[in-house]
Design a protein around this ligand. Sequence first.
Ligand SMILES: [Ca+2]
Ligand SMILES: [Ca+2]
Length: 141
Amino acid sequence: MIRSWNSRKIVAAIALLCIVCLSAKHVMATEEDMAELAVIIPHLCAACHVLEDPSSGNSVLNAFGLDFLENGRIWDTDLAQLDSDGDGCLNGVELGDSDGDGVADGNVTQQAGNPGVQDGCGSGSLVDERTWDALKAMFDR
Ligand SMILES: [Ca+2]
Ligand SMILES: [Ca+2]
């Protein structure tokens, strides 16, 4: 009987530890995800989530968040070249890191637009943006 009681305590302790670890991983993953982006102001969580202040019970991803997830939670050139929200502005341009190298473009300190919301970026067509990316890449070498 005593042995059975101790076994139940051990099982309960392991279950509690798993819950704590999973919760901690969720928070750490979010911080790691945000660290992937060179510029996070002003949209912060809303760059990837529908809500500005998502919680574990309500953390629905927007179009960019879904693409970021599908890309393995990695910010790179491929993701920078997508227009996740379909507003005519590439993700990289909206986030202020047009080539997706993890470094903000020039003197950029704020996101030009939200990559998950159709808000545009006012910098012209996609062809112009890609040309700008090619020019910028020449000077980054
Ligand atoms: Ca866009
Ligand atoms: Ca947008």
